[in-house]
Write a protein that binds this ligand. Structure first.
Ligand code: ATP
Ligand code: MG
Length: 139
């Protein structure tokens, strides 16, 4: 049913729970699982070498987030394709959804930032408000 699943991770506790559930669902459905983490775009006015250094730092952090998620997902049938992208998280997630014909998005209700009392973070709110497919929010 869900052939193309997208998991969005930011390294938070909620995103860890989403990763575990995405692994379970991929094992159950046999669907292909893509994993994406998005870092904030680095403004070019920073100039060199600051630009390259900042990108390298953010990429290293993103790699850690993906490594953690890959462990949490566990063994799944087929390849898992983790991807690091830059930009606005929700917009980037929605672009990936279009490009890869995603039919289920899995993400946390909240993430690294935000106010704990809020039910949804701004990225999960934006995705669930505009996604063209079902969204599973994990808490
Ligand atoms: P806010 O960012 O509005 O301050 P928050 O951090 O608590 O609040 P969100 O950012 O909406 O909440 O995070 C909800 C979920 O969205 C996370 O658990 C994760 O699954 C996903 N997510 C958030 N940021 C990113 C990101 N940069 N890349 C990929 N997924 C993300
Ligand atoms: Mg956030």
């Amino acid at each position: 049913m869900f052939e193309n699943i997208l998991l969005a991770v930011d390294g938070s506790d909620h995103s860890s729970k989403a990763a575990k559930l995405a692994g379970d669902l991929a094992r159950l459905s046999g669907g292909k699982l893509r994993v994406v983490t998005v870092y904030e775009k680095v403004p070019s006015y920073l100039g060199e070498p600051n630009l390259s250094q900042t990108i390298a730092k953010r990429t290293a952090k993103a790699e850690e987030i993906l490594d953690k998620a890959t462990k949490e997902i566990g063994e799944i049938p087929g390849d898992c394709e983790p991807e690091i992208l830059s930009g606005d998280p929700a917009e980037t997630i929605l672009n990936v959804v279009d490009i890869y014909n995603i039919n289920l998005i899995i993400m946390g209700t909240r993430g690294q930032g935000g106010i704990k009392s809020l039910l949804l973070g701004s990225q999960s709110h934006k995705v669930v408000s505009t996604a063209p497919c079902p969204v599973m929010l994990v808490r």
